[in-house]
Design a protein around this ligand. Sequence first.
Ligand code: SF4
Ligand code: SF3
Length: 542
Amino acid sequence: MGMFCYQCQETAGGKGCTIKGVCGKNEEVAKLQDLLIYTVKGVSEVVVKGKFDVKALGTVNHEVLKSLFITITNANFDDAAIEKQIMKLIEIRNDLKKQINIDQLDDAASFEVFDRASMIEKASKVGVLAAENEDIRSLKEVITYGIKGMAAYTHHALNIGKENFDIYGFIYEAMAGILNTSLSVDELVTLTLKTGQFGVSAMALLDEANTSKYGNPEITKVNIGTRDNPAILISGHDLTDLEQLLEQTKGTGVDVYTHSEMLPAHYYPFFKKYDNFVGNYGSSWWRQVEEFESFNGPILFTTNCIVPPRSEEVRRRIFTSGASGYPGCTHIEAKKDGKKDFSPIIEMAKNCKAPTEIETGNIVGGFAHEQVFALADKVIDAVKSGAIKKFFVMAGCDGRMKSRQYYTEFAEKLPKDTVILTAGCAKYRYNKLPLGDIGGIPRVLDAGQCNDSYSLVLIALKLKEVFGLDDVNKLPIAYNIAWYEQKAVIVLLALLYLGVKNVHLGPTLPGFLSPNVVKILVENFGIGGTGTVDSDIEMFMK
Ligand code: SF4
Ligand code: SF3
């Protein structure tokens, strides 16, 4: 069989990509990613069975995080980079094995590959479909995707110098656990919830890392127009790359704009001191194909979501860093001290035209936990007086599917006494609509990137406390979440772990959920899909 991947919302036919990814991932890259995940499982087994002290593993931990991150949808399409990472992990695994004395190790911890052909042959036997029972496969993949999202958030925190070894320990435990063919459905459900528990820890860790370094997000008007200087567009989620880019572009006459998930960087006090940090250009990730053409200057991808560029001219202007990669695009590697030299991007920018303006005006955001807590009295009064009837958590991802127009229409049709709490690139479906405010509180409160869904949870817990409720589900909050890739999976698992019920997921339910697993989620957590805008609003407002 060719490739098989069903990890994202756009998977072919809602079932699985088998010839080529809808995302643009080819069979070779898909198989190398499968093998990289299998290698992570092998390293994990050696760490767990060898009873290694995770605190002393240093780069082993970091390379495992990076490997998981590389396999997230739209992060890395570079076959050579993935092959190199597989060989690196096998070397790490073999070095660890030399330090212990265990005979009984799984194939994942023992196999060897020598060249591309042997990798592809091996990958064909160890991908998603290796688990024959569809429920077991479904749960193992839910856990794997949750861990990919967790690893991404943990990797960002690591770049800021923050680590939580319990999270690393759990990643090893879970990835090794998945190799166990005798785990029952019940045991896997328990492991799924535990994944959500560590998802909360990962988001809390990243929140702590971001806010301790860059300050607490605050209400900010972000310019969406352009200036006349040549410029660099930065996309993805990594704030440390942005910091370095801003430092290196200072005084060069080159401006910096954010794209997609980098928009919330404007909300942090730290970045406001850079006068060449102009605003946000364009919308969410999938609009990049047109937006990169009119931007005219170089683009730096710090993480997902990359869409294969349509022309050689655009490809030449794309640079990647960290876990991201694309064949033919220059990858900026971090030096030993974590510093990156972005001078090739800056030099290219100087010779490019300024961005072509595609819109003008501002968008407002920065409603992370501390900012909302500062407004708490106003918000509570509005709820008590009935000015705000309900909050809608509409966090998550955006995507290409036409059916996602649902979210724009949903936001437009929501009663005027409701407020949307958002995070992640899902916001671009409604963050430029004139939805107005309720007594000065904007009707769309953007907390930040997808990981800042954590802020929304803190806000919910705060409201629960203020209103003296014993259950977070008694709050006037509905959850209508849009998902696309695996970071949304860890956000969802985190919500389930925290006891949030009746989350609606769209625009389609994940293809990796088997009918029986859907049943478990419906029965235990009230998970639902989406219907029509009108019927859903009616159902939520009841
Ligand atoms: Fe298909 Fe999504 Fe996998 Fe890409 S990441 S191959 S679109 S399921
Ligand atoms: Fe978006 Fe890719 Fe998920 Fe961080 S940038 S939310 S899809």
